[in-house]
Design a protein around this ligand. Structure first.
Ligand SMILES: Cc1cc2nc3c(=O)[nH]c(=O)nc-3n(C[C@H](O)[C@H](O)[C@H](O)COP(=O)(O)OP(=O)(O)OC[C@H]3O[C@@H](n4cnc5c(N)ncnc54)[C@H](O)[C@@H]3O)c2cc1C
Length: 377
């Protein structure tokens, strides 16, 4: 096993790290305070290739491999969870579904504007009564001539209120799903309620409402009723990105706590000299390093085109939980100051908690891992 990165991967990582330091970190508090995704950032993300991470260059994308994308997601996460989640939903979920299942005509029409960052994309699977059991959706489709007519409500959709294009998963009966590409302006399609969340305040989360929304057959993605197979492939890749994003949030928290521990004095010496403080920092750092190895292993398997479902679930499960522990113990190192909004750790802690829920809860990851084990043994 080789531990190391190519020069081009490190160049992308360092470029994004620099952008995060100069453009995201100084503004993240204001964006989160405002409670909206800063749409004026989109052209800047696009200029760096962050709106078309895995999109082939022929469609205007950066055509990055999965490992490089994981390096990018960690850097974005270290800056702000909201910006990182926005980029993740646009790339891993919306574009990820198109790369996994769209035909050439659909890729020609939909990928270039998404990769250029003309608008954000979103991916709508969850419904009010259907979360972990994703095929239990209540949305419905019916055929009318060459069109489909879609009805239903999608819940918790990242970028839902601001996206120009959605990949929407609709119930096709018998616990089957069909996917459609739906431009924002489509009649019968509109954002619904915007959700107020614990964290990730600069990431848009909204319902999507489909009321007799008419979609031509050419906008159906993949085969009728067979989209759940594509959903699983999309989520396998998405989970690697969420794991990397979580590591970024944990890492940023530990970096702040480490610097603080060296400065803050109690009982006549820096608190960094107390073993209980050292133990917290050492445990967090070790767990994040272990998480990164799991995430990068899963990404490398994906890049090698060998099965990586199990590796992606382990990476997402461990990274999200380790990052939450890291942010929590980092906050503790700052004592009362950690609880104030003067330092971003309280924001990172609120943001990172979602990573144990979105794209499959920790419980669902354990189900996937156990299923793979029991199948193999
Ligand atoms: C901020 C945010 C952004 C999101 N973005 C998107 C998005 O862009 N697109 C999208 O489609 N969805 C999105 N989601 C939805 C997210 O994927 C779901 O919230 C998640 O899959 C869990 O579904 P649920 O909330 O309905 O919980 P439920 O499925 O109702 O689960 C409730 C609890 O029961 C547990 N549970 C469920 N089944 C089992 C079982 N078999 N065994 C043991 N425990 C179980 C769960 O782990 C959880 O703890 C987002 C959610 C949030 C909060």
């Amino acid at each position: 096993m080789r531990f190391g990165y190519r020069e081009d991967q490190l160049l992308v990582r360092d470029t994004v790290r620099d952008f995060v330091r100069t453009r995201i970190v100084p503004n993240a508090d204001a964006w989160n305070e405002k409670g909206e995704f800063p749409l004026d950032l989109l052209p800047e993300l696009a200029a760096l290739g962050l709106t078309g991470l895995a999109v082939p260059q022929e469609y205007g994308g950066a055509e990055l491999d999965m490992l490089t994308s994981a390096l990018v997601m960690e850097e974005l996460g270290a800056g702000d969870g909201s910006i990182a989640l926005t980029v993740a939903a646009h790339n891993s979920l919306c574009i990820g579904h198109l790369l996994a299942a769209a035909n050439e005509d659909q890729k020609d029409r939909w990928l270039p504007p998404l990769a250029r960052g003309e608008y954000l994309g979103c991916w709508a699977l969850t419904e009010p009564a259907s979360g972990s059991d994703a095929v239990s959706v209540q949305s419905r489709l019916r055929r009318e001539g060459d069109d489909y007519v879609l009805t239903g409500t999608k819940q918790f959709i990242t970028n839902g209120g601001v996206a120009g294009f959605a990949v929407v998963l609709i119930g096709a009966g018998d616990r089957r799903l069909t996917a459609f590409g739906v431009p924002r302006a489509s009649p019968g399609f509109r954002p619904g309620r915007r959700e107020e969340k614990m964290g990730l305040h600069a990431s848009d989360t909204a319902q999507l409402i489909l009321e007799e929304c008419r979609v031509p057959e050419r906008d159906r993605i993949g085969r009728d009723g067979a989209a759940f197979e594509d959903v699983k492939r999309v989520l396998d890749r998405g989970r690697i990105g969420i794991g990397a994003l979580a590591i970024g949030l944990g890492r940023a928290s530990v970096e702040i706590a480490t610097a603080y521990a060296k400065e803050r004095r109690q009982f006549g010496r820096p608190i960094a000299e107390f073993e209980m403080i050292q133990w917290k920092l050492a445990r967090a750092r070790t767990e994040l390093d272990a998480a990164r190895l799991l995430v990068h292993r899963a990404a490398s398997l994906a890049d090698a085109r060998v099965p990586f479902t199990d590796a992606a679930s382990k990476a997402k499960l461990y990274a999200s939980e380790a990052a939450t522990r890291a942010a929590d113990s980092s906050l503790q190192v700052l004592g009362g100051y950690g609880y104030l909004r003067d330092f971003p750790i309280e924001r990172h802690l609120r943001d990172v908690r979602l990573m144990e829920i979105g794209e499959g809860t920790s419980e669902v990851q354990r189900i996937v891992i156990a299923r793979e084990m029991l199948r193999a043994d």
